[in-house]
Design a protein around this ligand. Sequence first.
Ligand SMILES: NC(=O)C1=CN([C@@H]2O[C@H](COP(=O)(O)OP(=O)(O)OC[C@H]3O[C@@H](n4cnc5c(N)ncnc54)[C@H](O)[C@@H]3O)[C@@H](O)[C@H]2O)C=CC1
Ligand SMILES: O=C(CO)COP(=O)(O)O
Length: 335
Amino acid sequence: MGQPERIAVLGAGSWGTTFAKVLADAGNDVALWARRPQVAQEINETRCNDSYLPGVELPERLRATDDAAEAVHAAEFVVLAVPSQTLRENLAGWQPLLPADTTLVSLAKGVELSTLKRMSQVVAEVADVPMERVAVVSGPNLAKEIAAGQPTATVVACPDEERAVALQKACFTSYFRPYTNTDMVGIEISGACKNVIALACGIAAGLGFGHNTMSSLITRGLAETARLGVALGADQMTFAGLAGLGDLVATCSSPLSRNRTFGERLGRGETLAQAQEAAHGQVSEGVKSCSSIRQLADRHGVEMPITDVVHRVCHEGLEPGPATAELLGRERKAE
Ligand SMILES: NC(=O)C1=CN([C@@H]2O[C@H](COP(=O)(O)OP(=O)(O)OC[C@H]3O[C@@H](n4cnc5c(N)ncnc54)[C@H](O)[C@@H]3O)[C@@H](O)[C@H]2O)C=CC1
Ligand SMILES: O=C(CO)COP(=O)(O)O
C-alpha cells in the first residue's frame, strides 16, 4: 500500500480535529466531517475549530464538510471520531457510503452499554466488515498537547499487520510517533478502563489527596485493567505499553483530561448533573463506561474494585468519602 491520498475523519470534536491535523501534517488529503454545518464552515473559512481547539491553526490539506458521503468518497482510511456510545448509531448511517476495502479506524475509548462490546466489535458488526479491516488508535494522546505539536507516541492496532503498518505510515509526523500492535483486546480495554481510573484519580484530587493516592490508584487501576484484559484474551504485556500504562499515567495526571476533571468535580461534592453541565457537552467516556466495564467484569468473574466504586459514585449515590474508606478497608491480600 502506498501513501494514501484521501482520508476521512468523521467527527470534528477535540480528538477528531486533532487527529485530522496529524494526518494532514503527515502529507495526506483529509476530509473532516462535522455534525454542525457552521463548524465545517468555520474550519474552512478561518482554519480554526474554535469550540474545541481554540488558537490552533489547521493545515490547508484539511477540508471540512458536513456531508459524510463527500467526506468518505474514495477514502483509503475512514477514521471514526465520535463518542463511543454514539458510534453504533452514527456508523449505521455511514455504512452505505463506505468505500470497498477502506480501513475503518476507531479513535473512541469505551465499552458499549447494553452489548458490552469493544469499539472494534461494534465497527465490524455495524459496517459488516471482517475484523481485519478494523483498526484502533490509542495511547497517551491528550488532544490539546498534540494539536500544539508537542511530541507524543501512540499505538495503531489492527489484526491485519499490513493495514496497521499502512496506518502507522499515514499518521507518522515529526511530533507524533505511532507504534503498531495486533492486540486489539489489550489496546481497547486499556483505553476504556483508563478513563474510569482517571475519574477515580479526579475524585481523589477533589477530596484533597496527593501523589501517593494517585500513584496507588494508577497502579491498582492498572492491575484490575490487566485482569479484565487477560480474561478477555489480551496479552499481559500490552498493559505495560503506551496504550496501557502510558495512557493511564497521562490521563490520571493531567488537568487537560476531561475524565479526571469530571472526577475532581464529583470529589469536591458536585452532583453528576453539575459536573455534566460544566463539561459543556464534551464527552467524559468513563462516566458511562464504568457501568459497562463493571458488567463485563462481572460476566467474566473479574474483580474490579476501583471501577465498582466509581460506578456507584456516579450512578448509585455513593459519596466519595465512604467510597475511599471502602477501597482502603477491603480484605487484606498479597500484591
Ligand atoms: N480528546 C482527547 O484528548 C482524546 C479523545 N479520545 C477519544 O475520542 C473519542 C471522541 O472524543 P473527542 O473528540 O475528544 O470528543 P468531543 O466531545 O470533543 O467531540 C465529539 C464529536 O462527536 C460528534 N458527535 C457525533 N454524534 C454525536 C452524538 N450523538 N453525541 C455527541 N457527539 C456526537 C460531536 O459533534 C463532536 O464533533 C472519545 O471516545 C474519546 O475518549 C481519544 C484520545 C484522545
Ligand atoms: O484519551 C485521552 C488521552 O489519551 C483523553 O482523555 P479525556 O477523554 O479524559 O480527556
